[in-house]
Design a protein around this ligand. Structure first.
Ligand code: HEM
Length: 180
């Protein structure tokens, strides 16, 4: 079953915002904290929510690689995180499943590139495209140790240079530190 994941941006929360900004398109209102949980907060400046889901594009051999290093959140020492909400373009969604897979992996190597970072970066993909009125298609969440932040930066540079990123209309990035 899908798990509901809710991010409340505001004056309180379990993650402190170190910096935030728009990578492409409109940003989100600046907040001091993000609370990652399962419920909305009426006092929040903004709330983003979605659900975990099944894989869409990953093939069996790629899944085997991913499953060999399961993504575990809240690992000891992983006190840094990134929340990157993303919306893809109409051109992306107009393509058939096999054409989208071809851009994501055959042309962009998203899964292959990401697989090099499995030991350093824990991740969670939250889907919201099928939710009425949702401002983003995906809420991507990553956790890592402070000493692995440079590797995460390197991963972002690689992914953002791929053809897949040409289909992204809106991308916002928040860097976070686990609140005491
Ligand atoms: C830690 C390394 C990473 C790995 C191993 C990884 C792996 C994957 C995999 C396997 C999928 C496809 C899931 C499916 O089959 O449906 C996926 C999708 C996705 N990833 Fe990554 N990823 C990584 C990093 C990132 C980063 C840094 C971002 C954002 C900046 C990102 C954004 C996304 C998005 C938005 C999707 C959904 C694409 C779609 O369905 O159109 N990923 N990722």
């Amino acid at each position: 079953m899908a798990d509901a994941i809710v991010f409340n941006g505001g004056a309180r929360g379990n993650w402190k915002v170190l910096r935030q900004g728009a990578i492409k398109g409109a940003g989100l209102g600046n907040v001091a904290f993000v609370d990652r949980g399962t419920k909305g907060d009426a006092g929040a400046s903004w709330t983003l929510s979605g659900v975990t889901s099944n894989l869409r594009y990953t093939n069996a051999s790629e899944k085997k690689v991913l499953d060999a290093t399961p993504s575990v959140l809240a690992r000891p020492g992983a006190t840094r995180a990134a929340l990157i909400p993303i919306t893809k373009s109409a051109a992306w969604w107009a393509m058939a499943q096999d054409e989208r897979r071809a851009v994501l992996e055959d042309k962009s190597r998203h899964i292959a590139i990401g697989s090099d970072y499995l030991s350093a970066v824990s991740r969670q993909l939250v889907h919201c495209r099928d939710q009425v009125g949702a401002p983003f298609d995906f809420l991507t969440w990553f956790e890592f140790k402070p000493e692995d932040e440079a590797r995460f930066d390197e991963l972002l540079v690689k992914l953002r240079a791929t053809p897949e990123w040409g289909f992204i209309d809106r991308e916002v990035e928040l860097r976070l530190e686990k609140a005491a």
